[in-house]
Design a protein around this ligand. Structure first.
Ligand code: SDX
Length: 423
């Protein structure tokens, strides 16, 4: 059998180096054995693996997604979001005793300092909740100065618990603040996702309880968003964490990365697109505009999945359960027609453009009553355990150090300063 290796030859000198293939990768360090001033040029890291991770496996060709080896379909069907948080962070599903302690820790850390609650009231009524969230998460770092001690695993876990527990509270407070409504403080008897829905929707009704079907549906959506290996925001988390910044600052940075419309902001863009299309009859004309390059088909395409995003399939199944409670979202017909037209058109098929996680999630969020600019906030709640699991893994990885890639310099050669009067 051929040796599992590559040989790189420097044709200028005839020197060569043989590089073993390890887990589907070759080390770029071998190149510097041939030429210390040579770098691989890989804008946007299209062909680069930046770490060795044991958290999430994706097979883009086969549409496979597994958290710590467990297929996403099984976790969505049988697990809970808090159990998936435990799995991502600890590497194993919890025993009942471990789960009880974990849930108790999260449940008892949902409050934020009253100064944080007041800080959030400084934002305007029309502040995008993602802007409020990233600012507030960063501000949390000032309340837990001990979080800078990133070398203490016990201290790290306390901050991890706080961040997972407080994201829903900050999300709901951002929403209520915009409406000028009083905050609904966390309660401990509704579970993680039920408590979040109560903080979102309840106004002064002590007996309020969220619909159990909608609570379960949102819990599944949080599971589906919990991690996705080296996506833009998770790589941001690792990058900021590699400087040994505290986890609140790193999560705030990752949340900023998620905010972008090419990443987590896509779910909001999908719904705006569907409203813009407006009717079933307008779909074909819209698709033609996309094919002319005039705009993207929001919620389609993926850097890794060149097949159907497995999460999109599960979300479509979840949508039926939600619409049975909320009534059908009229945009669903437009979305399904858009999918049907795109999946039969060579422009999309040739580019392996399939619906991704964001294509259908917004339909559910809108049907549940969330305003469009809260959709990415929901994504951030779900992705927080994934960001933190990668942060923790990066800190424990002996191969990792501060992220500092190189560049290809193509700017001007040395030149002398010219006084302004002579320019
Ligand atoms: C998420 O990384 C992750 O894992 C992300 C995520 C996660 O869980 O963290 O899965 C969540 O961010 C999902 C993606 C959400 N974003 C969108 O839905 C926005 C629309 N999608 C595109 O912006 C795009 O598909 C990306 C950003 C998702 C992927 O872009 P790539 O991998 O850089 O692909 P590309 O831009 O090089 O596209 C290849 C071709 C190009 O055409 P050509 O230049 O070859 O002619 O496909 C075209 C692109 O123009 N194309 C699209 C398109 N996406 C790519 N054309 C129309 N509509 C689209 N949506």
């Amino acid at each position: 059998m051929a040796e599992e290796s590559f040989t790189i030859i420097d044709n200028r000198s005839g020197n060569e180096v043989t590089v073993p293939i390890v887990d589907g990768t070759i080390s770029s360090a071998a190149l510097r054995q041939l030429d210390k001033g040579m770098w691989f040029y890989d804008p946007a890291y299209l062909s680069t693996a930046n770490c060795d991770s044991k958290i999430t496996f994706i097979d883009g060709a086969e549409g496979i997604l597994r958290y710590r080896g467990y297929p996403i379909e099984q976790l969505a069907d049988s697990s809970s979001f808090l159990e998936v948080c435990y799995l991502l962070l600890h590497g194993e599903l919890p025993t009942q005793a471990q789960s009880d302690v974990w849930v108790d820790h999260i449940t008892n850390h949902t409050y934020v300092h009253e100064n944080i609650a007041r800080f959030m009231q400084g934002f305007r009524y029309d502040a995008h909740p993602m802007g409020t969230l990233v600012s507030t998460v960063a501000g949390l770092s000032t309340f837990y100065p001990e979080a800078k001690d990133i070398d203490d695993p016990h201290n790290r876990m306390i901050q991890i618990i706080r961040l997972i527990a407080k994201m829903p509270t900050m999300a709901a407070f951002a929403y209520k603040n915009r409406l000028g409504l009083p905050y609904e403080y966390p309660v401990n008897n509704l579970g993680y996702t039920g408590n979040f829905l109560r903080m979102m929707w309840n106004v002064a009704d002590p007996s309020f309880e969220p619909d159990p079907i909608l609570t379960k549906a949102l819990d599944v959506l949080f599971i589906l968003h919990a991690d996705h290996e080296q996506n833009c925001s998770t790589t941001t988390m690792r990058t900021v964490g590699s400087s040994q910044a505290d986890p609140y600052s790193a999560v705030a940075a990752a949340t900023c990365g998620l905010y972008g419309p090419l990443h987590g902001g896509a779910n909001e863009k999908v719904i705006r697109m569907l409203h813009e299309i407006g009717s079933y009859e307008n779909v074909d004309a819209y698709v033609e505009k996309v094919k002319s390059g005039e705009m993207l088909l929001q919620g389609f395409g993926h850097r890794v999945y060149k097949n159907y995003d497995p999460r999109a399939k599960i979300i479509k199944q979840t949508a039926d359960r939600v619409f049975n409670v909320t009534g059908m979202n009229p945009l669903l017909d437009i979305a399904m027609k858009l999918e049907e037209v795109a999946l039969s058109d060579s422009y999309f098929v040739d580019r392996s453009l399939y619906p991704n996680v964001d294509f259908y999630s917004g339909l559910i969020y809108e049907a549940m009553g969330f305003p469009m600019d809260m959709f990415t906030v929901l994504f951030a709640i779900g992705r927080t355990p994934g960001w933190l699991a990668h942060w923790q893994e990066m800190l424990d990885d002996p191969e990792q150090k501060i992220y500092r890639p190189r560049q290809k310099y193509t700017g001007p050669d040395e030149r002398s300063y010219v006084a302004i009067g002579n320019r």
